[in-house]
Design a protein around this ligand. Structure first.
Ligand SMILES: Cc1cc2nc3c(=O)[nH]c(=O)nc-3n(C[C@H](O)[C@H](O)[C@H](O)COP(=O)(O)OP(=O)(O)OC[C@H]3O[C@@H](n4cnc5c(N)ncnc54)[C@H](O)[C@@H]3O)c2cc1C
Length: 306
């Protein structure tokens, strides 16, 4: 039996692994795709402390993985398909094997909700972005669109309006769902052109975004908007299906934890984008991972007496 099994090799999981290994705990981390998680899929990271020159997502991911491996973290590339979390022995199942651990750290992250358009995936990092805070600065003085009508879309539009030439805010309704004070700021901002009652039906470009196709849902009129970037802010989906009904979550399926990253199930901790918190970023994922590791260690010593 392992001391700790970590599920997910994004920044939260890798940081947790670094900390548990440094604490001398027998740790196994599972990653179903590639280490680095969402960070590995992004173009440049320029807001992680210590990296004063922007670093590419894949390079960042490699450095964090190397750092964790330096402490002897064992990483296994396999998808976890089932978890049995009751009692002092936690069972973690892949397709063909059952692993046991004293504590489990859930770090499966989140995925941006997609529009589901052709070229959306292909142009990710080449004009298609799901994170204005992260990528906005790359579009200085350019024209961009934000898709969505909630708080995130409204805040993204306001944020981008500080850098870019023009923001088209494309929303399927004719009012914003965003909090009134934020919505009012959007409505008053002359750099933000509101494209109401409209949906994006296509992304144009050969090797990067050069425009989008937009359709009015009331009149069915179509038009092309020429621009350099499209920020899709229609929500994110936490990768929490695995623990649905097993740990407490909010209505959007984010896992609820306390400040020590404890879930409601003893011996089960959650870190990073999978848990409910105000800022889903790398720096907070790393912090969560460190806290979850510390709390898991404390649980093994204090609760299990080992
Ligand atoms: C395009 C983009 C750009 C971004 N840019 C920045 C930026 O510049 N700065 C910043 O601070 N933040 C940025 N973010 C946000 C940041 O990437 C996330 O906050 C951070 O990656 C969260 O880390 P995490 O470890 O919690 O989750 P993730 O990075 O989502 O990692 C979770 C990992 O778990 C794995 N996993 C899921 N389910 C299973 C399973 N069943 N079995 C095994 N493995 C599993 C996944 O494959 C994934 O590798 C960006 C996000 C995106 C999408």
């Amino acid at each position: 039996m392992r001391d700790i099994i970590i599920i997910g090799g994004g920044l939260a999981g890798l940081t947790a692994g670094m900390y548990t290994k440094r604490a001398g705990l027998d740790t196994l981390l599972f990653e179903k795709m590639f280490t680095g998680g969402q960070a590995a899929t992004t173009n440049l990271i320029e807001n992680y402390p210590g990296f004063d020159d922007p670093i590419s997502g894949p390079d960042f991911a490699m450095r964090i993985e190397n750092h964790a491996r330096k402490f002897g973290l064992e990483i296994q590339y396999d998808e976890i398909k089932e978890l049995q979390l009751e009692g002092p022995v936690k069972k973690v199942l892949t397709d063909n094997k059952v692993y046991e651990a004293k504590a489990v750290i859930l770090a499966m992250g989140a995925e941006p909700r997609k529009l589901g358009l052709d070229k959306e995936e292909e142009f990710r990092g080449r004009g298609v972005s799901y994170c204005a805070t992260c990528d906005g600065a790359f579009f200085r003085d350019k024209d961009v669109a934000v898709v969505g009508g909630g708080d995130t879309a409204a805040e993204d539009a306001l944020f981008l309006a500080q850098y870019v030439n023009k923001v088209y805010l494309i929303h399927r309704r004719d009012t914003l769902r965003a909090t009134k004070i934020i919505a009012d700021r959007v409505l008053a901002n002359e750099k933000i052109e509101k494209v109401w009652d409209s949906v994006v039906t296509g992304i144009n470009g050969d090797d990067k975004v050069t425009g989008i196709e937009v359709e009015n849902v009331k009149t069915r009129a179509k038009k092309e908007i020429k621009l350099d970037g499209i920020f899709i802010a229609i929500g994110v989906i936490p990768n929490s299906e695995l623990v649905q009904g097993k740990v407490e979550m909010n209505e959007s399926n984010y896992i609820l934890t306390d400040d020590s990253m404890r879930t409601n199930v003893p011996g089960v901790f959650a870190a990073g984008d999978i848990r409910q918190k105000p800022l889903l970023q790398l720096v907070t994922a790393a912090a969560d991972g460190a806290i979850a590791a510390y709390s898991a260690q404390k649980y093994i010593i204090e609760e299990l007496g080992q």
